[in-house]
Design a protein around this ligand. Structure first.
Ligand code: 4AD
Length: 463
């Protein structure tokens, strides 16, 4: 048959033409002998008018009985409505001549897409007006994710996510980086600790990679010089928080450096403002869609990314009356508090903190030359929450092995990694970013599950 027209392309310019369109029955309303069907296609919607006189009694009856969310195709003529339309994205309406159902939706919807798309403010207003309003719970949403994904805010979120990846890739390719893929089935834990998914690899103990760390460094040992990867990262930690997943998408970078880990921070300081700017340029409608359901303010960032030392951060917290350990890690509360202090003082919600205490960094982190209590490492924050950690790495195999032992790592499981440094390795470093966290914080969303297509957490393995 005729080619399908996207609902978003139904505009005044084509009034009078006959089109075939596909979409879902968003809802319908019977007025006299006319049936008004709102047809939805992703974030676009159009009003379709079905008249008994035009389509015949049996077709009219058939359309009347279609359940919400059913997938239909129809043929009709693009027309101008008598009054301007408010409930649809498209300003024209379709006078239907034929309609077919491709896939009928069950009548028992576990979640009504219209309800799932409502903002908190909208719900409160309804309640005030004496109309009952359903608040769709997060578990209901996630249990029925294919339905939940149909809301405009969710459609927009994953387009934004896609554009963060595109901008990340675009920037790094322009700086001479090579995109690589490292194995996800590995022999030993890459970040240390117990948070690994263990499995049996043909009789050999193995685990799912907690990061591309070991292999991206070995790629540097293999003279690949500047590499990046976008891939899954697995963490078995029992953190049931708003910002931890058991599987997330890691954006990883590893590069040779000349003198100092500041070269890595220079790259990060340019990369993220590039990403933020591209998102604003390329996704204005998507940002608006998310904002409509979950209001937020645009991220404040400086063209020249702010850098503070960990010690300076501790000092700011102390001056604000917080109790913090100068050689410990910052907890979520302190990170948030510091984020507020930085925003007040420097007017930015994006900044880096560097020279972290060695004790809180992974075994492969290079200690500072002048004081081994500190390390050549950094974290990066958006709105007071960590999105990235990075560092210069130890490239001396003896020191690396010593640090691994001190951190309680079974050196046998990573012997090929340590060996890689025995045949000469340039000074190098890099960083890892959590994609879901970046999108969550860019849009100031309250939970990382909103920015994961099918989230995996300690309690969720389905859908
Ligand atoms: O801080 P992490 O564990 O660092 C690494 O994996 C290093 N190999 C990075 C490097 O190159 N030095 O993880 C890096 C980032 C975090 O900043 C956070 O954004 C994200 O990954 N992340 C998580 N995201 C979702 N759920 C989790 N459980 C996460 N754990 C870390």
């Amino acid at each position: 048959g005729k080619e399908l027209t996207d609902v978003s392309n139904l505009v005044e310019e084509i009034v009078g033409s006959e089109v075939s369109i596909r979409g879902r029955v968003h809802n319908h309303r019977l007025v006299g002998k006319k049936l008004f069907v709102i047809l939805r296609q992703s974030v676009s919607s159009v009003q379709c008018v079905v008249e008994e006189a035009r389509v015949g009694t049996s077709m009219f009856k058939f359309v009347r009985q279609l359940s919400h969310e059913s997938v239909v195709e129809l043929i009709g003529v693009v027309s101008l409505p008598k009054k301007p339309l408010t409930g649809t994205t498209q300003q024209v309406e379709i006078h239907v001549t034929k309609m077919y159902c491709l896939s009928r939706s069950s009548l028992n919807l576990p979640l009504v897409v219209e309800d799932a798309a409502r903002s908190e403010a909208d719900i409160e207003k309804s309640v005030k007006d004496g109309k009952p309003a359903a608040r769709v719970l997060q578990d209901t949403r996630l249990n029925n994710r294919p339905l939940d994904l149909r809301t405009p805010a969710n459609q927009a979120t994953f387009r934004i996510q896609c554009h963060v990846q595109i901008a990340f890739r675009e920037f790094l390719l322009s700086k001479g980086f090579l995109e690589i893929h490292t194995p996800k089935l590995i022999a030993g834990s890459s970040e240390g600790g117990s948070a690994v998914f263990r499995l049996d690899y043909k009789g050999q103990p193995a685990c799912l990679a907690q990061s591309p760390q070991l292999h991206k460094q070995m790629a540097i040992c293999g003279d690949m010089r500047r590499v990046f990867e976008v891939g899954p990262v697995f963490r078995a930690e029992d953190s049931f928080t708003h910002r931890h997943l058991c599987e997330f998408v890691g954006l990883d970078v590893e590069m040779e450096i000349r003198m100092h880990y500041s070269e890595i921070m220079d790259l990060v300081g340019d990369l993220f403002p590039f990403i933020f700017t591209k998102i604003e340029e390329r996704c204005p409608k998507e940002l608006e869609s998310v904002r409509k359901q979950y209001p937020f303010q645009s991220l404040k960032f400086l063209p020249q990314t702010l850098r503070l030392t960990f010690a300076e951060g501790i000092q700011m917290l102390k001056e604000a009356g917080e109790e913090v350990d100068p050689l410990g890690d910052l907890n979520t509360e302190s990170e948030r508090k510091l984020g507020q202090l930085v925003l007040e003082k420097y007017k930015t919600e994006f900044y880096m903190l560097h020279r972290y205490p060695s004790a809180v960094r992974p075994f492969y982190t290079m200690p500072c030359e002048d004081d081994s209590n500190y390390s050549n490492s950094f974290d990066v924050f958006i709105r007071g929450e960590e999105i990235m950690s990075g560092a210069q790495r130890i490239h001396d195999p003896e020191l690396l092995e010593k640090r691994a032992r001190e951190c309680g790592i079974d050196v046998m499981t990573i012997s090929t990694y340590i060996d890689a440094f025995r045949y000469g390795a340039p000074p190098h470093g890099g960083f890892g970013v959590g994609l879901e966290r970046v999108v969550m914080l860019l849009c100031a969303l309250d939970n990382i599950r909103k920015t994961s297509l099918f989230p995996r957490d300690p309690k969720r393995l389905a859908p």
